[in-house]
Design a protein around this ligand. Structure first.
Ligand SMILES: *Cc1c(COP(=O)(O)O)cnc(C)c1O
Length: 544
């Protein structure tokens, strides 16, 4: 059977640190899919936006506070497709130029760009996740409506439209509009469109899901020819982007097994929603796994290579921060977006416990991450952590402007990878997969992907027992100290053989299971290809 052709729509794509059109995990996932698709020859193309100013370049000022800057980026590796599409926004036609990116061993990625002279409003595609709601809607119109028009003009056949998170849902509205223009009723056009769409949901907190008022959507022109009533049928009132995603798709997926349970419960009240299944994320091995770690056959070879990677990291940190870490000291890494639920400073909850370790030089901590420009609570956490680096300049490090380069370096150079989100708010988490593949041992709360993989004291460590409750900060900090003092530190300093065995198991068990290649196979088997149930329904329809 011929594989369905897939257009993968996403607000951001993380392909390389020098291509700043991504912010975090969502974009890295999208980038890794295009790379794995290219490796294996899957007919998947990407549709996204060429962000001129990208996501914040976040630096730390002299007072230890994060600040945001937005240089204008110029990318000379993009190919001009000579295709331009128009989208009517706020009553005016806005043109978007279509670029093609194939520079990172990725399958074709098409990028929409409004930064052209004929537009009165050139920087709609300026900042990723920046500015106001009104601007966000305009950006989503470019991605959704413009994306469908671009595919048509480029002459690209598509069997399945995959919406990665809900930002592209207006593409579904455009597909409905096209069919109605050809004379179909709204109901028929909607049900036919659903057969073409699959949807990946991410945010496991209802409040974190994007909602827009109809006044604003209408003012922007996002109805795209549909009536108020039709829009409400799809997205509810106010319009919930995730509800719309669930009602526009034939099938939806959550991004880990635990997130599958959370998402099913969270959206069970939505009538007419597509069924949510769980397909755990994976990462692109070629990008994230050091080949020599993957292929090391003996324990000594593994350790030697690990120490090489650790030394490279130490060298790079010295270049950036002027601090030289010690290679023989246990080194814990923590790098992620500084959203408050990730609790980046949890390890400092009880200073009396953690400070002696730092004073004695038994522990080194490396942090990196950006807070969203408007997230003052997240920025306060960056500030607090930065203070710790001033108190312990020899062994607490903060690397500013977290990006793919830093992510790569830390997930192969540290000894331990720490993750302590408030359960169940981490939908998947992929940095831990990168670490696992490099023998960097995960020390993590049982959230996201980790409960599927963790065998405590065999391939990493679990913090606590999956506790959920109001007082989880206190409980989780206690559990973190317990495993750190009773397991991680003694094993590192007193039982190197066991440490090596754990590294081996971590690498051996994760390489395929958390690969983007396995994830794409799951997408094909469980989402893209017509399912037995779809075929039965189609046969019934024909029999009518
Ligand atoms: C892998 C990666 C992420 C996602 O990691 P999480 O564990 O989901 O936080 C975010 N940013 C960068 C730069 C990454 O490499």
């Amino acid at each position: 059977m011929k594989l369905p052709k897939v257009a993968y729509f996403c607000m951001e794509f993380g392909l390389h640190e020098d291509f700043n059109i991504y912010s975090g995990g969502l974009g890295i996932l999208a980038g890794d899919i295009l790379k794995a698709a290219k490796d294996k020859g899957y007919p998947i193309i990407g549709m996204g936006i060429l962000w001129r100013q990208g996501y914040t370049k976040q630096l730390i000022d002299a007072n230890g506070r994060p600040y945001d800057c937005y240089p204008e980026y110029v990318y000379d590796f993009l190919k001009d497709t000579n295709v331009t599409v128009k989208v009517n926004i706020k009553g005016r036609d806005v043109a978007a130029k279509v670029w093609l990116c194939e520079s990172f061993n990725n399958s074709p990625l098409y990028l929409l760009d409004t930064n052209i002279p004929e537009n009165p409003d050139r920087l709609i595609t300026g900042q990723l996740y920046g500015w106001f709601e009104e601007q966000r809607i305009a950006q989503e119109m470019i991605l959704g409506i413009g994306g469908i028009r671009a595919l048509k003009k480029l002459g690209i056949d598509v069997d399945v439209y995959h919406f990665n998170d809900s930002h592209p849902i207006l593409a579904g509205i455009e597909l409905i509009r096209e069919k109605m223009q050809d004379g179909m009723s709204f109901e028929k056009a909607w049900s036919e469109t659903r057969k073409q769409i699959v949807f990946t949901t991410h945010t496991p907190v209802e409040a974190g899901n994007e909602v827009h008022t109809y006044d604003l959507l209408k003012y922007a022109g996002a109805f795209n020819g549909l009536t108020d009533e039709q829009m409400v049928q799809i997205g509810g009132e106010p319009l919930s982007m995730t509800v719309a995603g669930l009602r526009l798709s034939k099938k939806a997926n959550a991004v880990s097994q635990l997130h599958g349970q959370t998402a099913k419960k969270m959206w069970e009240h939505v009538e007419g929603a597509s069924g949510i299944i769980a397909i755990t994320n994976g990462v692109h091995n070629g990008t994230w796994q050091d080949q020599r770690m993957a292929n090391a056959t003996s324990g000594s070879e593994l350790w030697e290579r690990h120490m090489e990677l650790k030394r490279e990291m130490i060298e790079e940190i010295y270049k950036r921060n002027g601090v030289r870490l010690k290679e023989e000291v246990l080194t814990i890494g923590f790098a992620r977006r500084f959203a408050p639920y990730k609790r980046s400073n949890l390890i400092f909850t009880n200073k009396e416990l953690i400070e002696p370790l730092l004073k004695e030089g038994k522990l080194q901590l490396i942090f990196s991450g950006k807070a969203h420009p408007n997230d003052l609570a997240g920025k306060k956490i960056v500030e607090d952590l930065y203070k710790m680096t001033e108190l312990y300049p020899e062994n607490v490090i903060f690397l500013q402007n977290y990006d793919i380069k830093i992510g790569k370096m830390l997930t192969r150079g540290c000894d331990v990878w720490l993750n302590n989100p408030i359960r169940p708010m981490e939908a998947s988490g992929t940095s831990g997969m990168k670490a696992a593949m490099n023998g960097v041992l995960n020390l993590s709360i049982l959230d996201g992907w980790w409960p599927e993989f963790c065998i405590h004291r065999v391939n990493g460590w679990q913090i606590g027992d999956g506790y959920e409750g109001e007082d989880c900060d206190e409980k989780d900090a206690e559990s973190l100290y317990k495993v750190l003092f009773e397991e991680v530190i003694p094993t590192y300093y007193e039982n190197r053989q066991r440490w090596l065995n754990m590294m081996k198991d971590s690498i051996r068990m994760s390489g395929r299971r958390f690969s983007a290649e396995r994830m794409i196979e799951d997408y094909y088997n469980l989402m893209y290809q017509p399912q037995a149930s779809d075929l039965a329904a189609a046969a019934m329809e024909q029999g009518d």
